[in-house]
Design a protein around this ligand. Structure first.
Ligand SMILES: Nc1ncnc2c1ncn2[C@@H]1O[C@H](COP(=O)(O)OP(=O)(O)OP(=O)(O)O)[C@@H](O)[C@H]1O
Length: 124
């Protein structure tokens, strides 16, 4: 059956997505850690007067880490529901999802080093 494409159904989906973001902030300690890191990155970006292109990379890094962490949380939640008992495939799923977050965090770290380090060194 074809789904109806109406403004109210889109608005409802948007509301559910916002509820997901709210739940992420409320229940995930990692979300708060990432938020602190993101705030520090934005403060450093303003303080060090980074270029427009550099801003795009900083914002990309922040967005990637948040999105990966949210997908990771979603997968962990699903795993815990479908298999609360120990299972090698659940381990593989959770470890892959955590690995995905680590890859984005590494990108954010390297981006930060490339953009901020030379500007910080130039201050001294
Ligand atoms: N049901 C399970 N079966 C097999 N291994 C599991 C299972 N649950 C967790 N594990 C293993 O233990 C690790 C830690 O699991 P946990 O659910 O505590 O994730 P975490 O990475 O500590 O979560 P968080 O992101 O909330 O800190 C997983 O990465 C996985 O290797």
């Amino acid at each position: 059956m074809q789904k109806k494409l109406s403004f109210s159904s889109r608005l409802k989906s948007f509301t559910f997505a916002l509820a997901g973001i709210k739940d992420f902030w409320k229940s995930e300690p990692n979300a708060r850690l990432h938020l602190i890191a993101a705030i520090l990155a934005v403060i450093a970006s303003f303080a060090l007067h980074i270029s427009r292109t550099e801003w795009l990379f900083v914002l990309l890094a922040i967005t990637l880490v948040f999105a990966a962490e949210m997908f990771n949380t979603a997968l962990e939640t699903l795993c815990d529901k479908i298999s609360p008992e120990i299972h090698p495939l659940i381990k593989k799923t959770k470890d892959l999802a955590a690995g995905g977050v680590l890859v984005t965090a590494a990108f954010a770290f390297i981006t930060g080093m490339i953009i901020f380090l030379p500007k910080i060194i130039a201050l001294f």
